[in-house]
Design a binder for this molecule. Structure first.
Ligand SMILES: [Fe+2]
Ligand SMILES: [Fe+2]
Length: 373
């Protein structure tokens, strides 16, 4: 029997050996269903979570007895003894024994919910710097108002950016928001036509509704409001209240509401409206870029050591995880002392025409005659 295993350990071992093994571990119950099997007997179908992500788990036998002895539901914590195996290419646990355990102390909760590697205060400082760079006074004050509000700041810093998939850990929303704001800042240099103030504000605001959509006390379950309304509409409503409080210009306020509502890009992804001006379109793509890239990074980290990942529904297939660094064909043999690489192309063309660089290509003095230089 192996010691306590985290989900990434299970994934790595299955990826390497592709052979079932017995393990023991404590997990948070992310989801619990009790369906009936073909014979009409109930079985447990669970989604278990720890700092590394989630794993599907089934318990086929004695489910009624187990449930009577250990009544539990989503949000509870379990100690599980199980056989880890691959099912249709996905890691899964076949539970042999389970026991409900007392919830961990707040400082141990991170083992079950995960947290960002970066320092929260550093991320907040960087985010504040970007807000301070906004020229539009009332908009800057409105956003700064969120950061100085202790309750908002704490909830915003703790919230994940998603329940699963990307940034699904404590601090994920702050990490994701900061990343989208930095991307926004970057693309404004490339597209000076974009209204930087509005795009930065939209980037900060786009997911604020998540602090009321996702619970963070025990598990990352959706709140009733989150299930019934969703973070786009909730975020827009939160912003409208702040907008009145700070007496924001009506058109700017309306455009920011549109950016929050349209940031998922398409109606089938939950946006009631699709982006209708460049800043809204840019926000959608930056949000999508950051969340998808982060998802790929997380899969690569969790399944490191495998050449191919397990099936990833959001990427419609398996990811190629071969982490061999690119073998760079060094071009350092080019003549550095002549500064060839740094010369303006126009000068270089001139010199080539005049034969001034002919010495760059002539054979070394010591090269034996008849051999290439
Ligand atoms: Fe969103
Ligand atoms: Fe987002």
């Amino acid at each position: 029997m192996a010691g306590k295993a985290f989900i990434s350990d299970i994934q790595k071992r299955l990826g390497k050996e592709a052979r079932a093994f017995v393990m023991k571990g404590s997990f948070l119950v992310d989801d619990k269903q009790v369906p009936l099997n073909r014979n009409g007997n109930p079985y447990l179908s669970l989604v278990l979570k720890d700092r590394d992500g989630t794993i599907s788990a089934k318990m086929w036998d004695n489910v009624e007895t187990v449930q009577k002895k250990n009544p539990f539901s989503a949000g509870d914590f379990l100690m599980v003894e199980a056989e880890a195996h691959l099912y249709h290419g996905q890691p899964q646990l076949k539970i042999k024994k389970l026991r409900k355990i007392t919830p961990p102390a707040a400082d141990e909760l991170v083992d079950f919910l995960g947290s960002v590697a970066a320092d929260t205060q550093e991320m907040l400082d960087e985010l504040q710097g970007l807000i301070e760079s906004i020229h539009h006074g009332p908009l800057r004050k409105l956003l700064m108002g969120r950061l100085v509000d202790e309750k908002f700041r704490d909830e915003f810093s703790r919230c994940p950016a998603a329940k699963t998939n990307h940034h699904a850990h404590i601090g994920g929303l702050l990490q994701h928001t900061l990343s989208v704001m930095k991307l926004a800042d970057g693309i404004c240099k490339n597209y000076p036509q974009l209204d930087r103030d509005m795009l930065l504000a939209g980037a900060f605001l786009h997911d604020v509704g998540k602090i009321r959509e996702i619970r963070t006390d025990r598990s990352f379950a959706y709140t009733d409001e989150g299930n019934l309304v969703g973070h786009l509409v909730m975020g827009a409503a939160m912003f409208e209240r702040w907008s009145e409080e700070y007496d924001l210009d009506e058109t700017l306020s309306l455009k920011l509401v549109h950016m929050i509502l349209s940031h998922h890009g398409k109606r089938e992804f939950g946006s009631p409206v699709v982006p209708k001006f460049p800043e809204a379109l840019a926000l959608h793509f930056l949000d999508n870029l950051d969340s998808k890239l982060q998802s790929m990074f997380e899969v690569a980290k969790q399944q490191a050591g495998q050449k191919w990942s397990s099936f990833q529904a959001q990427f419609e297939g398996y990811l190629f995880l071969d982490s061999e660094p690119t073998k760079v064909q060094s071009d350092d043999d080019r003549p550095k002392e002549q500064g060839l690489r740094h010369r303006p192309l126009a000068n270089l063309a001139n010199e080539l025409q005049q034969g001034a660089t002919a010495d760059l290509f002539k054979a070394d003095e010591n090269t034996p005659k008849g051999e290439p230089g």
